[in-house]
Design a protein around this ligand. Structure first.
Ligand SMILES: [Zn+2]
Ligand SMILES: [Zn+2]
Length: 472
């Protein structure tokens, strides 16, 4: 097994018990709920309330991050990427998700050590709030150099699943606040580190400024991940189908690779059409990369049919039971789960094959294009070098013939329908310019390509900035 090992430091909470107090620690994802502001911890028979966060030397304000997350696939963007309007992964617009969670968050704080205080009693109001729990969302981001995509197709060639395997990918979980009243984030006093409004009265003498609202808490992790996208038509049973399929796949992968149910986790992200699988155990067993082997999903399909009682019928299970798909962890999805919805789909999967969609490595792709460019045009090479050096998406082809227009643009971006013409000094003569015009009008008229011209005597570098927004 590939022995990858990511240190997973826990999050700690300080409990003022005993002589000096104690620290308790939890795995990060668990801490995001358990150590959330105003939550209660039980320690040696007493109740403690999380009421404060440790304030770093430079103050909390400096630690806020701005992030944006995709409503469709859950992809995570931070730094300059958080200013994007569309998702880097699936190109969806970065707007609120279907539950109304905003895509752009301006004050996200990585969860640090939390501090608790002893509480004798919990009020009815607090009791009520605790019952609702927190609104958590899950996000991920591939390591650009470490992703492989593949397609799982049925025996007749029908595509069933799109797979993206990400080695050492990043995962994030955001706590967006209490589910009750649809609160957005938490309130935090940046000077004192006190959470919430309730602490205001006791500390109003120290600080009269208002606490910062809409602070979101975040934890992150690194793991090998597999993103699975079922390729099905949208219909009224889609949500039930997707939920059922998610848990059937999770259970059957665990069964085939002999994993405990806490070693492999999955979640439906965004609109529910992207399943994120990750290895939760420290060290990981490295099974997710094995799912890209040609016959991997045949065994998984068999196991899923078995788990769903289609090989050994169980009359007492009408839609789902604890023996097949139900578990304590997926209780919120129980009303959706129905094994019959996925039966014929699983039967198709039994004859499936996985094939890689191997992208050419960037350097090799660049070398290929260099070999294709017109050797007489220095300018063409300059443009290609600039595209390469700036890290922009490379064109799909150079000097490729568009037969329907009998035209050879210098570069093509096929999926975006952009044909690039690099006009070096040879294009300065008026008769050449006339021929160019006819060629390019022809192309626009006879094909679906848009013409994008770069002239050697203009500020073409600036035009590349514009190109970048079109090909992104
Ligand atoms: Zn997306
Ligand atoms: Zn059952």
């Amino acid at each position: 097994m590939p022995g990858y090992n990511f240190p997973r430091l826990p999050v700690r909470a300080y409990i003022p018990a005993g002589d000096k107090g104690e620290f308790v620690s939890r795995p990060r994802v668990v801490a995001l709920r358990e150590f959330a502001p105003s939550n209660f911890l039980y320690y040696e028979g007493s109740k403690f309330e999380v009421y404060k966060t440790r304030v770093p030397a430079g103050g909390i304000d400096r630690d806020y991050q701005r992030v944006s997350v995709c409503p469709n696939c859950g992809y995570f963007h931070d730094g300059d990427n958080s200013l994007r309007d569309t998702c880097e992964n699936c190109r969806s617009r970065l707007v609120s998700d279907r539950n109304g969670n905003p895509a752009k968050l301006n004050r996200v704080l990585e969860m640090g050590t939390m501090i608790t205080r002893r509480r004798e009693r919990i009020t009815c109001d607090e009791e009520e709030r605790l019952k609702y729990g927190y609104n958590l969302t899950t996000h991920f981001r591939y390591d650009a150099q470490n992703r492989e995509t593949a397609t799982v197709a049925a025996a007749d060639g029908t595509p069933l699943l799109k797979l993206t395997y990400g080695e050492t990918a990043k995962l994030w979980w955001i706590n967006r606040g209490s589910k009750r009243n649809q609160e957005r984030g938490f309130k935090l006093d940046g000077k004192t580190g006190l959470w919430g409004e309730g602490n205001r009265q006791t500390n109003s003498a120290i600080d009269s400024s208002l606490p910062t609202p809409e602070v979101h808490l975040l934890v992150q992790d690194t793991s090998n991940i597999l993103v699975v996208e079922p390729m099905i038509a949208l219909n009224e049973t889609a949500e039930a189908f997707l939920a059922t399929l998610q848990f059937a796949l999770e259970r059957s992968i665990q069964a085939v690779y002999k994993l405990e149910d806490d070693e492999l986790c999955s979640e439906r992200l965004g609109q529910g059409r992207h399943f994120l699988f990750w290895e939760a155990a420290e060290g990981g067993a490295g099974v997710l990369s094995q799912l890209l082997k040609p016959q991997a999903f045949q065994a998984i399909a068999q196991a899923a049919l078995d788990i769903c009682h289609f090989i050994h019928p169980k009359q007492s299970c009408s839609q789902a039971c604890y023996e097949c798909l139900l578990s304590y962890r997926n209780q919120f999805d129980h009303p959706l789960l129905n094994r019959h919805l996925i039966r014929s789909w699983l039967e198709q999967l039994t004859g499936s094959t996985v094939s890689y969609d191997r992208p050419i490595p960037r350097d090799a792709h660049y070398q290929q294009l260099c070999a294709q460019v017109d050797r007489h045009s220095l300018f063409e090479q300059q443009v290609l070098d600039a595209i390469y050096q700036r890290g922009l998406k490379l064109p799909d082809a150079a000097q490729a013939l568009i037969a329907e227009a009998n035209c050879k643009p210098d570069f093509l971006y096929r999926s975006q329908g952009i044909a690039i013409f690099c006009d070096g000094s040879a294009h300065d003569h008026s008769d050449q310019q006339q021929r160019d015009r006819i060629d390019r009008d022809n192309l626009t008229y006879h094909s679906n390509y848009s013409v994008f011209v770069l002239r050697h005597d203009e500020n073409w570098q600036e035009k590349l900035d514009f190109l970048a927004t079109l090909i992104d």
